[in-house]
Design a protein around this ligand. Structure first.
Ligand code: ADP
Ligand code: MG
Length: 629
């Protein structure tokens, strides 16, 4: 038996490990299983190139709880270590630079989650164990070795009796970490971090029902047998070639990833690149609702099939964090802060690769089956619109497949739309005015009057659409968007022909005065007299585009003008001076009757804009009954 001192000059590194990595101490299991996996994969490689004489077979990794002994075992059938190797890898390399590192990065080390990469992987066992034993037998001809360490820099090393090749790590769980002796806890960790690792991981056994033997009676119980409970799928879909997978395989992998999601994904994108960086993965487009916040953090990030995180912020462009699926890349530096990630060259390349792949996929879906793409549009538009807003490269690519649906359910690309409406909807200054509604029901009367002029009305109802319109208006020449209720229809798209007013200037002055008096000083309406077609409605309430859009933008975050959110709603009351009713109001002599006519007319205009509520609605109904009597 030999004793020695682990080669590190701080007196006791283990309290440091515990302190720095406290928040993340559950990752010890991931580290040990990663090492066991590495050891197995190394052996696989050595046997395949004839460097090892042993038969590779079907090695497993086993995790075992010994509740009574307060121990947790991780056992592999990998290449094992000779005594020399234990001394080299466990005693020396694992600590090389550790002291220096921890001194240098005292402040950042906690958040950086430094482990593994710096050789601290194995020692993360001391986050939960007061003593660690390692019993290992090399695949080479060499006696087995028993190494043990109780958390001080002193270790012991002696010969062991182990016959089978491989390594067993025994953790004597510390009193403050007994949760790691709970079966439920270990199962949870294995499922979280190791669900798709490449070597089968056994955790206990399970009972499997076998088929009944021939000639068995109806109520004979089916025979059962105890089998290994393998917790992982060593060959998840993303590690396979797209050509080897069917649509159903992608769907079943989705269910494996998200067992609680009952809705099927709309489509998937298989990522597969090995130069200039390594990345595989599958992204899914789920059905999305308009609530942007609840659907983040669903893409899982893996490194060589080891789960790392489900927060991919900084790696995947923000608009794609609404998607689901997995990304696996050994080239993403993990032990760094998020802000560093965003500046990292490789990560930038990965991010733009993903953006490009998503755009290409959308484009081919659109080209291959436009009808199907249109059907899915409502469920995917939020991602596309968000992408167009936030990534210029994506904006350019989306030109080809971004759709603009009309209230009648037709879908146009921007180019098609321009072509379709340019004759009808170019105003006298040569500007193309694109009309839209955000709600077919509440804006019904406005949509109808626009359609009466043979205008096309889009239905744009995403929460971020106001931002996107702003972007389209500045990036394209001579176009503007106007919601159908932004003005009365003749003013939405101004043409040369002006109507002649039937009222004299004096009459107009008088009418305006009377209306303002009836509305009262507190009114949020600005009265505006317009000479319009006598067939057009006499009173129309409009909401100027600019102010309304700024408020919308503020509601969905950023981009708007400061303080807009607190501004009162502002409306225009457009009065058609050429309408018979307006003339009648002007000529009515009795004050009472005049007032009643004005109130009734204004209320009708409000009703049509969906603004009549509460007491005002009650008064309106009472007045209406009075009038129909
Ligand atoms: P890393 O995995 O980043 O190399 P670790 O501290 O996790 O760092 O492990 C240090 C070294 O110890 C490994 O590189 C490996 O050589 C050796 N080792 C650890 N666990 C095992 C094991 N189960 N079987 C064989 N060798 C192991
Ligand atoms: Mg390791």
């Amino acid at each position: 038996m030999a004793t020695g001192k682990i080669n590190v000059s701080v007196d006791n590194i283990f309290p440091l490990i515990k302190k720095f990595l406290y928040s993340d101490h559950e990752i010890f299991l991931r580290e040990l299983i990663s090492n066991a996996t590495d050891a197995t994969l190394k052996l696989k490689h050595l046997t395949s190139i004839g460097e090892s004489k042993v038969t590779y077979g079907n090695p497993l990794i086993e995790v075992k709880i010994d509740k009574e002994g307060k121990k947790l075992h991780v056992i592999d059938q990998g290449l094992g270590m000779t005594e020399e190797e234990v001394k080299k890898y466990i005693n020396e390399v694992a600590f090389s630079g550790a002291e220096e590192f921890l001194n240098k990065y005292e402040d950042s080390a906690k958040d950086a989650g430094i482990i593994g990469h710096f050789g601290l992987g194995f020692y993360s066992a001391f986050m939960v164990a007061k003593k660690v034993e390692l019993i290992t037998k090399s695949h080479q001809e060499a006696p087995a070795v028993h190494w043990s360490c109780d958390g001080s820099p002193e270790f012991t090393i002696k010969k062991a009796k182990k016959e089978e090749r491989g390594t067993e790590i025994i953790l004597h769980i510390a009193d403050d970490s007994t949760e790691f002796l709970e079966e439920g806890k270990i199962r949870e960790l294995l499922t979280k971090y190791n669900k798709f690792m490449p070597i089968p991981i056994k955790f206990g056994t399970k009972t499997e029902t076998l088929p009944k033997p021939e000639g068995a009676k109806e109520d004979d119980p089916a025979p059962t047998k105890e089998v290994d409970n393998i917790i992982n799928n060593p060959t998840p879909a993303w590690t396979k070639q797209p050509t080897d997978l069917k649509d159903e395989d992608y769907k079943s992998f989705y269910r494996e990833l998200y067992p609680m999601q009952f809705e099927e994904p709309l489509f998937h994108i298989h990522l597969n690149v090995d130069y200039p960086f390594n990345l595989t993965g599958i992204l899914y487009f789920p059905k999305l609702t308009n609530d942007l916040n609840i659907q983040k953090d669903r893409i899982q990030l893996y490194q060589n099939q080891v789960f790392v995180t489900d927060n991919v912020e900084g790696i995947v462009p923000e608009f794609l964090t609404m998607l689901r699926g997995v990304i696996d890349s050994p080239d993403i530096p993990l032990n760094v802060s998020r802000s560093y990630l965003q500046a990292d060259g490789a990560v930038k390349k990965i991010s733009s690769y993903i953006t490009r792949k998503v755009a290409d996929k959308l484009n081919s879906l659109f080209k291959e089956n436009r009808a199907d793409f249109e059907k899915k549009w409502n469920d995917i538009k939020i991602v596309i619109e968000y992408g167009m807003l936030s990534e210029d490269k994506f904006f350019e690519k989306a030109e080809k497949f971004a759709l603009y649906p009309t209230v009648d359910g037709n879908y146009f690309t921007f180019e098609e739309l321009q072509e379709k409406i340019k004759d009808q909807q170019t105003d006298k200054d040569g500007k193309l005015v694109i009309l839209y509604a955000s709600d077919k029901e509440t804006q019904h009367s406005y949509i109808k009057s626009a359609q009466a002029k043979a205008y096309e009305v889009l239905l744009l109802d995403s929460p971020i659409i106001a931002h996107l319109m702003q972007k389209l208006e500045t990036s394209k020449e001579n176009i503007s968007f106007a919601r159908v209720d932004a003005d009365h229809v003749d003013n939405l798209i101004k043409k040369e022909d002006t109507q002649i007013s039937k009222l004299s200037d004096e009459e107009k002055e008088k009418l305006k005065e009377e209306l303002e008096k009836t509305l009262g000083e507190q009114s949020s309406f600005t009265v505006q007299l317009e000479a319009m077609d006598s067939q057009a409605a006499p009173f129309i309430i409009t909401e100027p585009e600019f102010m309304r859009r700024m408020k919308d933008m503020q509601k969905s975050g950023g981009g708007g003008m400061f303080g807009m959110g607190n501004m009162p709603e502002m409306y225009n009351l457009i009065v058609n001076t050429n309408h018979g009713l307006v003339g009648e109001i002007l000529n009515t002599k009795t004050v009472k009757k005049k007032e009643r006519l004005i109130n009734q007319a204004i209320d009708l205009a409000r009703l049509s804009k969906g603004l009549l509520k509460g007491e005002e609605l009650t008064n309106f109904i009472a007045r209406s009954y009075e009038m129909v009597k």
